[in-house]
Design a protein around this ligand. Structure first.
Ligand code: PMP
Length: 466
């Protein structure tokens, strides 16, 4: 992170420890004579103070649960600013950020082109509740990239986009049941919080108090990568939609087996259900046109979020014009939003997508692969069973000796060691997703040096938690 005129932050704790733990120093004959490296610690006094105040004002001290870092057994870290691949917390600790706001920041923090676009849009007015030229430009860019999308409607969050796509699928098919996969997340839509997890198709039960039983009953849950379960569920229920993250990233990254997306497509075609790909994470990330470009399997409706807002609140759903024209005011399916297509978010999106030509994905893929193989090797050297699963722009190091193909296997990972390893990474200036069931998000801002520093820290952190 370049200083850029801002005060230089302190670096975290004793990062020298991770250097001391490198094989060249600690692993060789000379290394054995070194004193054991001091365990680095993280000073987060100001974060702790803010957290205690936040607990009085915000449920759990946060505005979205995973930020509380409970899954890795520590209190949240309050962030003050970011630049490129780096974030700085309120105590002045600096971290290489592998979360990047859970996906939107594919160009890194505070990219000058994005910041300029937003500032310029803001100076013209932040919202009008009337159409703008930018929305048309953005829709043209999205439809040019995503093969199955001819027309789209913008919303302010992925949750809203999912909810609206399902409403449309139900209107088009005249059916109510929606098939989703165990461990997939599509936002906090009532019916979709239902979880399954058993080997067979199950009728959903509410996973949160406050969800009406009727909303959960219309959800059918099957295990990911289980063709027989999908076929059986599609025969048993009249499905309005088969809803899938084409590369699930909310149980950690669990790519589809060969032929599985094709099976979903065929199953939808045979039963009259719509295939909905939730590309909130994969869209504009795993390829220029998302997972459907990469796999060649096209959905009927596509849900987009995260990158499409360039770091501001925006999402969208889209598909063939003949489907999308059912949406009001072209058609009879009602859906609206005061801030939908907000000019600042649209400006951020256009600037971000401009930074994402085809060749950007080769860079993202290289960064992801380097990180994945480095983490895999570091774990192996430390004798810790880890399986790193990845696609371009997304990866998860599962604390599991064997590959993870579904949610049940993801849930069997060693969550305690993952948590301890994450805490050890934070103490070494690396900020990982604070849950085994989330993806790491490499960005275009991450350099080879970031990857190397991360692997060095990961190696030391594995040694520490072994
Ligand atoms: N779908 C997927 C695949 C997601 O990962 C998320 C959020 N992480 C959502 C939908 C919901 O998006 P939002 O948080 O913007 O409501």
């Amino acid at each position: 992170m370049s200083g850029g005129g801002k005060p230089r932050p302190q670096t975290v704790g004793e990062q020298d420890d991770s250097r001391a733990a490198q094989p060249s120093e600690a692993g060789g004959p000379a290394g054995s004579q070194l004193k054991a490296p001091r365990k680095p610690s993280l000073q987060t006094t100001r974060s702790t103070e803010l957290y205690h105040r936040a607990l009085e004002l915000l449920p759990g001290g946060v505005n979205s649960p995973v930020r509380a870092m409970r899954a890795i057994g520590r209190d949240p870290i309050f962030i003050t600013r970011g630049e490129g691949s780096t974030i700085v917390d309120v105590d002045g600790n600096e971290y290489i950020d592998w979360v990047c706001s859970w996906g939107p920041l594919i160009a890194g923090h505070a990219h000058p082109a994005v910041v300029d676009a937003v500032a310029s849009a803001a100076s013209d007015g932040t919202t009008f509740g009337a159409p703008t030229k930018g929305e048309v430009m953005l829709a043209a860019e999205v439809t040019a990239r995503v093969p199955s999308v001819e027309m789209l409607r913008m919303t302010s969050s992925g949750t809203e986009a999912t909810m609206s796509a399902i409403r449309l699928a139900r209107a088009v098919t005249g059916r109510e049941h929606v098939l989703k996969f165990a461990g997939a997340y599509h936002g906090h839509v009532d019916g979709l919080l239902a979880e399954g997890g058993s080997g067979l198709a199950t009728q959903g039960i509410p996973a949160s108090p406050g969800v009406p039983a009727a909303a959960a009953e219309a959800t059918v849950i099957v295990p990911w990568n289980d063709p027989e379960a999908v076929v059986a569920a599609a025969e048993r229920f009249e499905l309005a939609a088969i809803l899938a993250e084409p590369v699930p990233a909310n149980m950690g990254v669990v790519p589809p087996d060969d032929g599985f997306l094709e099976l979903l497509r065929a199953c939808a075609d045979q039963t009259g259900a719509l295939l909905i790909f939730d590309e909130v994470i994969t869209g504009f990330r795993v390829a220029r046109g998302g997972a459907q470009e990469r796999s060649g399997v096209l959905s009927d409706l596509t849900i987009l979020g995260k990158v499409i807002g360039g770091g501001l609140p925006a999402a969208a759903y889209g598909g063939a014009a003949v489907l999308m024209e059912r949406i009001a005011p072209a058609g009879d399916v009602y859906q609206a939003g005061t801030l939908s297509g907000n000019p600042l978010a649209v400006a951020a999106a256009l600037a971000t997508l401009e930074l994402l030509p085809g060749k950007a994905y080769r860079r993202l893929e290289r960064t992801t692969e380097k990180l994945a193989s480095g983490l895999q090797e570091a774990a192996k050297d430390a004798g810790i069973p880890v399986t790193v699963q990845h696609v371009p722009g997304l990866l998860t190091p599962f604390l599991s000796a064997t590959p993870v193909r579904d949610y049940r296997q993801a849930a069997a990972a060693d969550l305690e060691t993952y948590g301890a390893w994450c805490r050890a990474l934070l103490a070494r200036g690396v900020y990982p997703p604070a849950s085994q069931f989330e993806a790491w998000f490499p960005s275009l801002a991450h350099t080879d040096a970031d990857v190397e520093r991360t692997i060095t820290a990961a190696r030391a952190a594995f040694e520490e938690v072994r």
